[in-house]
Design a protein around this ligand. Structure first.
Ligand SMILES: [Zn+2]
Length: 185
């Protein structure tokens, strides 16, 4: 039997015309000034268009004039995704679900209290080796994101080389935004 509830949450990508779960797609809305706004939280009023998180689909949609924008939409999407990532990392830290600082982080990695390891792009080689050794040993996923200055900023502290995310729920959300961002780089 068809499941009408399931269809409700499916939308068509304006780039490739494939139907996908709404959660997998980026939503955009047209502002009253006819500007495209990237609506990551799917909360803005107005009729939205949906697009796969993919540079290809964005290019196709622009080429076919399914979306028209005077702005650099790719740069805008990356910025929105990074803002979202930053907010999530800060939120996790405030909620006590993130750990930072060499001693604390090493301890959290060793005791398997970390689900996800985020490394600054400018982390030193030795420290990086050490963290990766611990993470790989425990099967902890890792990504490179931001520089140490920005990572520190997000935690309201001095520059940080790495942050460990302790809760799976935060880890999965952060990972999904990292993956979406990668598709536009
Ligand atoms: Zn698509």
């Amino acid at each position: 039997m068809p499941n009408p509830e399931k269809n409700q949450f499916q939308r068509t990508c304006v780039g490739c015309y494939n139907k996908q779960s709404r959660n997998e797609l980026l939503r955009m809305v047209l502002s009253p000034q006819k500007d495209i706004i990237i609506d990551l939280d799917s909360k803005l009023p107005g009729k939205g268009v949906y697009i796969c998180p993919s540079q290809d689909c964005l290019n196709r949609a622009l080429k076919r004039k399914r979306i028209i924008s005077g702005k650099d939409l790719r740069a805008e999407i990356i910025k929105k995704l990074e803002d979202k990532l930053g907010a999530l990392i800060g939120l996790a830290y405030k909620a006590g679900k993130a750990v930072s600082g060499q001693t604390n982080l090493q301890l959290a990695l060793k005791s398997k209290k970390t689900k996800l390891l985020l490394l600054a792009n400018d982390i030193g080689q030795n420290l990086q080796k050490n963290y990766l050794f611990l993470a790989n040993k425990e099967g902890i996923r890792h990504y490179y994101i931001f520089d140490s200055l920005r990572l520190g900023d997000l935690l309201g502290s001095s520059p940080r080389n790495a942050v460990g995310i302790k809760e799976e729920k935060f880890a999965l959300k952060i990972e999904s935004y990292i993956h979406q961002r990668e598709k536009f780089l």
